[in-house]
Design a protein. Structure first.
Length: 392
């Protein structure tokens, strides 16, 4: 009899390790946007609202490509989905080299967003399959820990490069060129490895189409909660540097270092969450964390000086487990084939990053604290989802 408390099975260790490397890559790519906003505002003399098109363009790629990615992966399997995603990602990064206008950079970011959609649509549900159903949330949180590692390394390294104070070269195409070459090399590696397609004995004969998936009310509620989380998380990350520099609390370079520290806390939170959820139910953990995020946002909005900054950083710890936990809970009642269709819908949720457009507008027309009403609403929806799950 299989041990239901195990994180993964011995036969799946190698696929689990390989797929987990992808979490680092897209974490790195998405976190660069958090320092790119301020860089383009200063270099191209644009407003916060205009620079938010960086997020809008990238996450529009997620929205438009999610369902095609799901169809592709259902037809051709996880490995080909990963290779195709890495190829798009790498080519989009290399497109920064000839780009010399804001529109050209936005086009490159759109291609990257499309590539990342394939990676996330394949990797997230695949990790939930690589072991007992009971530890799916814990397993996905562990993989997402490396996503957090990619995030803090991106803001630390790229932020340090773009906001350097020695007057040296700050050409944004340099980090993207390095990343593009590395990603294409990893794509080549994945063409040589085998990722087993997994089917479960308990899987039913139900159809795996989108209509069937959308009949599951708990999945639909999970989809709404994940979209709300993405609105909150991406908007905060994108606004962080603008917020702490706009309040006069620190310089751009210091801001990139502080957001890197916050992302380290985020990574640690996912690691701790993975360990804790092997001992308590994921639904209960999500409820506690959702309460924490709502409290942190309220404190941040109150303009309490250092306490507001501490609350904003503490929010990274509270929100750390939300994406993988909501994702795994949303698909827990679905079979293996349905999960592929469900993943394509769930991976449309990063379109919530467009919420930064509204935050940017509020920041340009009110004060630095009012924009946090947007993530507050997002976390409130997650709290409602967690509360309902605990009553189920």
């Amino acid at each position: 009899m299989a041990d239901k408390s195990k994180l993964t099975d011995k036969r799946y260790v190698v696929p689990f390790v390989l797929i987990t490397t992808l979490f680092f890559l897209w974490g790195f790519a998405r976190a660069i946007l958090d320092v790119l906003n301020k860089h383009f505002q200063d270099e191209l003399h644009i407003s916060i609202t205009q620079s938010s098109l960086i997020q809008v363009t990238t996450y529009l790629g997620y929205f438009l490509m999610a369902i095609p990615a799901g169809i592709f992966i259902s037809s051709y399997g996880y490995r080909r989905g990963v290779v195709f995603g890495l190829t798009l990602f790498g080519l989009g990064a290399l497109a920064f080299i000839p780009g010399n206008t804001f529109v050209a950079f936005l086009g490159a970011l759109f291609v990257i967003g499309c590539g990342l959609t394939f990676l996330e649509t394949a990797a997230n549900p695949y990790v939930t399959e690589l072991g007992p159903k009971e530890t799916a949330s814990s397993r996905l949180n562990l993989s997402q820990t490396f996503n957090g590692m990619g995030c803090f390394m991106a803001t630390l390294l790229v932020g340090g490069f773009l906001f350097r104070e020695d007057g040296g070269n700050t050409d944004v195409s340099i980090p993207y060129a390095i990343m593009g070459v590395l990603v294409l090399l990893i794509a080549l590696v994945f063409t040589k490895v085998e990722l087993p397609e997994i089917t479960r004995e308990e899987d039913t004969e139900t159809k795996g189409g989108l209509r069937e998936v959308l009949k599951n009310k708990w999945f639909v509620f999970g989809l709404l909660a994940l979209l709300s989380y993405e609105v909150a998380e991406i908007s905060i990350n994108s606004y962080f540097v603008n917020f702490v520099t706009g309040t006069g609390w620190m310089s751009k370079l210091d801001a990139s270092r502080v957001v890197s520290l916050a992302l380290v806390i985020f990574m640690v939170g996912r690691f701790l969450g993975s360990w804790i959820m092997r001992r308590i139910k994921a639904e209960r953990m999500l409820l506690y964390c959702a309460i924490g995020t709502v409290v942190c946002m309220l404190l941040t909005m109150m303009n309490l000086g250092t306490l507001s900054l501490i609350a904003l950083i503490a929010n990274y710890l509270c929100e750390a487990i939300m994406f993988p936990t909501i994702f795994s809970l949303a698909v827990q009642d679905l079979d293996s084939q349905q999960k592929k269709s469900a993943a394509s819908l769930l991976m449309m949720t990063p379109i919530g990053g467009c919420g930064f457009l509204l935050m940017g507008y509020l920041a340009d027309h009110t004060n630095p604290f009012i924009p946090f009403i947007i993530p507050l609403i997002g976390y409130a929806v997650v709290l409602a989802y967690a509360a309902r799950l605990n009553k189920r």
